[in-house]
Design a protein around this ligand. Structure first.
Ligand SMILES: [Zn+2]
Length: 276
């Protein structure tokens, strides 16, 4: 695959008048585009899933298939998070496919498998992102070190900022944050739904209401892509703070340091709600 890319690059450098045209990079979701923007000029970067949409409710239209076809490098979250792309990996094997899920630390995957649920939202795992960005950097002949250093510093800073609220219990809207919660040693006590397309049943809702009323949950997080009506009814009358988290980072602008801005914003949202 790298040979292909080198050949592609030399063709561009030797044969084309377009001065800056590098390989076309397609990041599938906005948070991965934030990572790719650390080493890809934004004019050479496309995003597949539109802002405000999640992989949970996305399916490919013909124009999306065109986007995949015209990309040289596809930076994606793997077939569990993005089943709509799985078939294309085999259909277009000459493209450089960087599957972020496949770069997750093995023991991490193993550990989650043992517990019956493993979180496919790999863009919320900064350590996996560090490996994935390095892989993308290799494919683009760029240096991964500046990003890795800045990301390491951000991880340490986030951890520092969260010291003091790590024992404060909270609920998230859906199970998207497991990797982040684990890395930051936060006290996630539940989620309103495992996955947004699954609606919890009455028994689950009653058990949840009891847990929320017991007093160990100080904050609940909603998400901008989904209606907060369920959460509203669950916490009505209880003294629980409300926050909002966006696992798709829709409010974070695409820029070179966008992913770091995203993690800092995420950190502040946890600190704010858990301190209330
Ligand atoms: Zn999700």
């Amino acid at each position: 695959m790298k040979t292909f890319l080198r050949a592609f690059l030399s063709t561009v450098i030797l044969g084309s008048a377009a001065a800056h045209a590098g390989p076309a990079v397609l990041a599938t979701v906005h948070p991965l585009a934030l990572v790719a923007a650390s080493i890809t000029p934004t004019q050479e970067l496309q995003v597949l899933v539109p802002t405000g949409m999640t992989p949970h409710d996305f399916s490919l239209r013909p124009s999306d298939v065109d986007k995949v076809q015209s990309a040289d490098v596809i930076f994606w979250a793997g077939e569990e998070a993005e089943p709509y792309l799985a078939g294309f990996v085999h259909r277009w094997p000459d493209k450089v496919w960087i599957d972020v899920a496949s770069l997750a630390a093995d023991d991490e995957v193993h550990d989650h498998a043992e517990h019956g649920h493993h979180d496919p939202h790999w863009w919320l795992d900064p350590l996996t992102i560090m490996s994935a960005q390095a892989e993308l950097a290799r494919a683009l002949d760029k240096d991964p070190k500046p990003f890795a250093d800045a990301l390491q510093a951000q991880i340490e800073s986030s951890y520092q900022q969260l010291t003091g609220v790590q024992q404060r219990g909270f609920f998230v809207f859906h199970r998207a944050y497991d990797h982040w919660v684990e890395l930051m040693k936060l006290k996630q006590m539940g989620s309103f739904t495992l996955s947004p397309e699954q609606k919890p049943g009455l028994k689950t809702l009653q058990a949840m209401r009891q847990q929320l009323a017991a007093g160990d949950v100080v904050c609940v997080f909603s998400e901008p892509e989904f209606s907060p009506a369920l959460i509203d009814s669950m916490v009505r009358g209880l003294d629980i703070a409300r926050g909002e988290l966006d696992p798709m980072a829709a409010h974070i602008r695409l820029s070179e340091d966008g992913y770091l801005v995203f993690l800092q914003d995420l950190t502040e949202r946890f600190v704010r709600c858990l301190s209330e």
